[in-house]
Design a protein around this ligand. Structure first.
Ligand SMILES: Nc1ncnc2c1ncn2[C@@H]1O[C@H](COP(=O)(O)OP(=O)(O)O)[C@@H](O)[C@H]1O
Ligand SMILES: [Mg+2]
Length: 509
């Protein structure tokens, strides 16, 4: 199933109402038209245009509430995640434009963002879906200077980030990425999920050192893993929801940065540059260019989000921009990037597989029933009530031929084929069927015996006749000898020397 990337735009409320505000128009909640200030206009290659248009799935204006954003962006994505599809929502924009506000929220409960709202929604929904049993796991990591760290490791509260274990990545034969040093926490309700989110955010703040002063320089990935066990069909699915708060997208000019900051800027810009390269490569491939290689491996973030960007994942981007003209260049850069992302599509499929645990459980139950039944038979137990119960249970549990109980006629035919050595083995699927086979054998044996008895009677009658003929022949010969072998009677006896004994041919042979 194809899934087009959805790209949303959120405008951060302006701090002042001065002339410094960005001039723009929103059309039908889907299009943003930006009026270009002179200095920007003259910087453009084609400077004949006064404005630029950008299209989105939806544009959230400065007044859009957290709840409104959540309902429009997240509900459909999470529904598909709950159905077994991978999903990613990522926020992209310059520092201060509202990425963290959108994803995590502000201090008050009312202003909570997408992540806490998603957790409530997920737990509410799974309570309603009775066909499945669900397990939910949470992990939370931060990528800083091309290293990834676990934000849910309590030990990290006691030491600065530089001393933490880094998350190690390795890829298996099927190109699946596995992570070492990332804890995964089972989560039974909304509150436990919120506690984990708060703990992660707290660890992130506490770990701030001079080297990691600002959260705007790191990427954060909050991952919810859902395991759904279908209680009716021995199948299960696993789906992942990544909620990503990317580092600020601004290009820090070299003159502004020194030392560690330069190092950070290099890494942040590099990983966002690599993100852009991945998006460009995917775009080219979509437009039919022969692009086999997509450079996911160039940065940790693009490696980790490989599936979200060009794999089995429903992906949504929220571009956040400031509404000030001071930031217009950064805003235009975000808007342009978002248009490229909006052209992408992924091929998504439900991650379903056989629930081996459920199959093992069922087989073990069946084995127990069979062992108990066998014991009953060994003890020579007749059809007691418990025996009957086991039998009826077993009828439900054991697979029959074509899923329906095998008929007496089919059993007779099978046994007959076996006794006539037309099939090498007599396969039976249950004790009950074995019993039926024995009955069929007994019936067959009785019928055959009757036939043999009839045949034997017939043969013995023939033999008797033969005896009589022989005796008569002997008498005749002695009589003929006396008459010098000359009478016509003797000729008749000579021709019938060997009286034929015929056996009645059995119908089934
Ligand atoms: N849509 C919004 N409505 C109200 N306040 C906002 C909004 N977006 C951002 N803010 C505020 O602006 C500041 C910077 O936002 P933040 O989310 O931290 O930016 P970012 O994560 O992109 O660097 C915060 O104080 C935040 O509460
Ligand atoms: Mg932030």
């Amino acid at each position: 199933m194809k899934s087009q990337f959805e790209v949303y735009l959120r405008l951060k409320p302006s701090n002042n109402q001065s002339q410094n505000a960005m001039q723009y128009q929103i059309y039908q909640n889907k299009k943003l038209q930006v009026l270009l200030p002179k200095h920007v206009k003259f910087g453009l290659i084609n400077n004949s245009r006064d404005n630029l248009d950008f299209n989105f799935t939806h544009v959230f204006d400065q007044k859009s509430s957290q709840e409104h954003v959540f309902t429009n962006v997240t509900t459909p994505v999470i529904n598909s995640f709950l159905d077994g599809y991978n999903a990613t929502i990522f926020a992209y924009g310059q520092t201060g434009s509202g990425k963290t506000y959108t994803m995590s929220g502000a201090e008050t409960w009312q202003l909570r963002g997408i992540i806490p709202r998603a957790l409530s929604y997920i737990f509410d929904e799974i309570d309603k879906r009775n066909k499945f049993e669900y397990k939910i796991y949470i992990s939370f990591m931060e990528i800083y200077n091309e290293n990834a760290y676990d934000l849910l490791e309590k030990k990290h509260l006691e030491s600065p980030l530089e001393q933490w274990n880094k998350i190690a990545l390795y890829e298996d034969d099927q190109n699946n990425i596995h992570l070492k040093n990332l804890s995964i926490h089972q989560c039974n309700n909304e509150q436990e999920g919120i506690d984990l989110l708060m703990m992660g955010n707290f660890i992130r703040q506490v770990s701030s050192t001079p080297m990691n002063q600002s959260s705007s320089r790191s990427h954060c990935i909050f991952t919810v893993t859902l395991e759904g066990y279908d209680t009716t069909s021995e199948t299960c699915f696993v789906s992942k929801l990544h909620l990503v708060d990317l580092a600020g997208s601004e290009r820090i000019s070299k003159s502004q940065v020194e030392g560690n900051l330069l190092n950070e800027a290099k890494y942040i810009n590099l990983s966002l540059t690599y993100l852009e390269q991945v998006i460009i490569a995917l775009n080219e491939r979509m437009k039919g260019a022969n692009r086999q290689h997509i450079p996911y491996r160039n940065s940790l973030m693009t490696t980790l989000l490989k599936d979200s960007l060009g794999g089995n994942c429903k992906t949504v981007m929220i571009a956040t921009i400031s509404s000030e003209n001071d930031n217009i260049e950064e805003s235009l850069s975000t808007l342009r990037f978002s248009q490229r992302v909006g052209q992408l599509e992924n091929e998504i499929r439900r991650n379903e597989k056989v629930d081996l645990e459920a199959v093992v459980k069922r087989l073990e139950q069946e084995k127990l029933v069979l062992i108990r039944e066998l014991e009953q038979y060994q003890r020579g137990g007749a059809s007691t009530s418990s025996n009957k119960k086991i039998q009826s249970q077993q009828q439900n549990l054991l697979p029959q031929t074509n899923g329906t109980p095998i008929s007496q006629k089919e059993i007779q035919e099978k046994v007959e084929l076996y006794l006539n050595e037309r099939i090498p083995t007599l396969d039976v699927k249950s004790i009950e069927e074995t019993q039926k086979c024995f009955e069929a054998m007994k019936d067959l044996y009785n019928t055959r015996m009757k036939e043999y008895v009839t045949e034997l009677t017939f043969i013995s009658e023939k033999l008797q006749k033969y005896d009589e003929i022989l005796t008569r022949k002997k008498e005749q010969s002695s009589f003929l000898e006396q008459k010098e072998n000359s009478s016509p009677e003797a000729e008749i006896y000579r021709r019938n020397e060997s009286p034929q004994i015929t056996f009645k041919k059995k119908a089934n042979q």
